[in-house]
Design a protein around this ligand. Sequence first.
Ligand SMILES: [Fe+2]
Length: 274
Amino acid sequence: MEIIKSTLDIGIKKPFTFLHVSDIHLSETDENDTPARREFAVARKRGFPFSLSAIKFITDYVKKTGYPLINTGDMLDFVTPQNLSIAQKFVQDTNMMLAPGNHEYWTCPNNRFHYDDVQQTHAQRENTLDAVEKALGINVRFSCREINGVNMVCIDDSNYNITQDVFEKLKAIEAEGKPIFLFMHIPINSEHIEINHEFPLNAPKQYFKDCHPLVAQERTSNELTCSICDYICNSPLIKCVFSGHMHYSKEIIGLDKQNQIITGVNTIREITVI
Ligand SMILES: [Fe+2]
């Protein structure tokens, strides 16, 4: 795995270091799954052949360094009992915080990622995330831990939207008056984010020009989310937004209204905060 070490200066009295990973895309099955599902998993694994070795590497790295770990989602590629079992141990071994990705709620009932499955997947999203939370033993919709006076906040934006409930919780943390690092799967739109097969939150209309209507529907942030993005970008206390989703690494520091750090696949970011 690539290890990217960097320093973020937000003027705190007691420096600390943390690790950020994203988009591991576990694609494991076992005897509980049908042959068709196992075949699907084998095909998916070709795209993410390093997921199991990444989990081992990250777990060992956390143990070696003792640094807190924050994962911005797509830990699972799709939901299987075996993926949940591996993920549960990974969570337990590392004590990680997790913001869910769009793959955390893809059940792939027809053993494919397809337009036909979009409606069903989204209709079942809350139930699927409930089951993932139960299996992992952590809250993936919203969580906060304070490290040396900095509130590390994970929120759910995995369907290109942020709920009012999550927004209220974020504002309650902000009312404490401490600096915030905000972790979420999908980054906020910026001219510095290059579009590949994925979109950011609050994406401009021209991105949807050649999209399948269901993809456009899935990736369009609602009005509330667009206003929350503006809020986040203008918050003096939110010092940086950390995300994944794009599968490449990118730093947008001092270039836009909001600092953002995107972490790609097979990458550990080791960030020292001063
Ligand atoms: Fe991903």
